[in-house]
Ligand binder design. Sequence first.
Ligand code: DAH
Length: 391
Amino acid sequence: MKEMLDKIREQAEKQIAETVTPESLDEIRVSVLGKKGELTQILKGMKDVAPEERPKVGQMVNAVRDVLENSIAEKKKELKAKVIEKKMESEWLDVTRPGNRTVRGHKHPNQIALEDLERVFIGMGYEVVEGPEIEYDRMNFKLLNIPEDHPAKDEQDTFYIARHDESKGETTEDDIVLRTQTSSVQARVMLAAGRLKETSKGFPERSLPIKLISPGRVFRSDEVDATHSPSFHQVEGLVIGENVTMADLKGTLDQFAKEFFGPDTKTKLRPHHFPFTEPSAEVDVTCFKCHGTGRVKKLEEVKEDGKLVRREVDCACTACKSSGWIEILGCGMVHPDVLEMCGINDSSNPDAPVYTGFAFGIGLERVALLKYEIADMRLLYENDIRFLEQF
Ligand code: DAH
């Protein structure tokens, strides 16, 4: 019996010494000391031992149990310490390490251009007003002198939201469109200031003079390319008051161009046609790249006597296609019919005061692309972080 117990002890001690995980140690414990373990089996077999031998055998079994329990406890401690040691090795924390930086977003180039532009006009005493993107046909077209069959309506490839058709008993009081131009805000604001203020539908009431810019999104059913998008932004300008003249318009736009593109920028008005202004003009500014000369100096690498050298060469300016001028906006004196339709003037009353005004419309993307020398409008909408991070 003693031999058998010694063998069990020796074997178990060997296994304990060799084991490397708390789990396998526990398996050893169960296989020797557990309910069905080898030692327990011996105790269970006591009935076959002669009665006078039993206390002795019992003592021996208990002694082996004590020894093995001790060994297991020791090993358990050792393994636990090892686990902690390993954890300490792999989970150390360098408290002197700088923290992770949170990536901060920043303004979109369109927004930077808009804020620059707003700053210029706010500096000249303008207020910034916003109008709805979903608009009545009359605000977007009719009140701006663009009647039902006017070709400008086709040119602007309008998105219609609801068509007004009385014969079908439709309840909408007018066609509803995604506005094609921020000029619709002109109609709303003039109605809110004129004798027809009730038809401006909840637009804040105002008095004369009007002096505002209105930035916002406009929509046209255009194909996407480097200079077109079905949705883009405009900044409308409107000034209405006493004795407002074309000279005021020119002076205002001159000032804007100088502040926005640089102090040596010049402006040029070219006659044009817009239905809601008369006279109308398109405005060009001197090219910010070649300063109106149409030519730029570029550094080029050329081979001279077998060596690469840098030389300044005279090239055509690509920004303005060597014309020296770049078109930036449309403008004009508000058409007398528009002033009448929107309730600013009342020609039926000879005693009523007569007001005049000017308006202009700037393509926000257009000036942003020019100012930041971006070649393709699509870059502004794709939101590629590698592009946006450059501003
Ligand atoms: N609304 C015009 C367009 O989308 C731009 C424009 C031209 C606005 C002349 C004006 C203006 O206010 O006077 O093409």
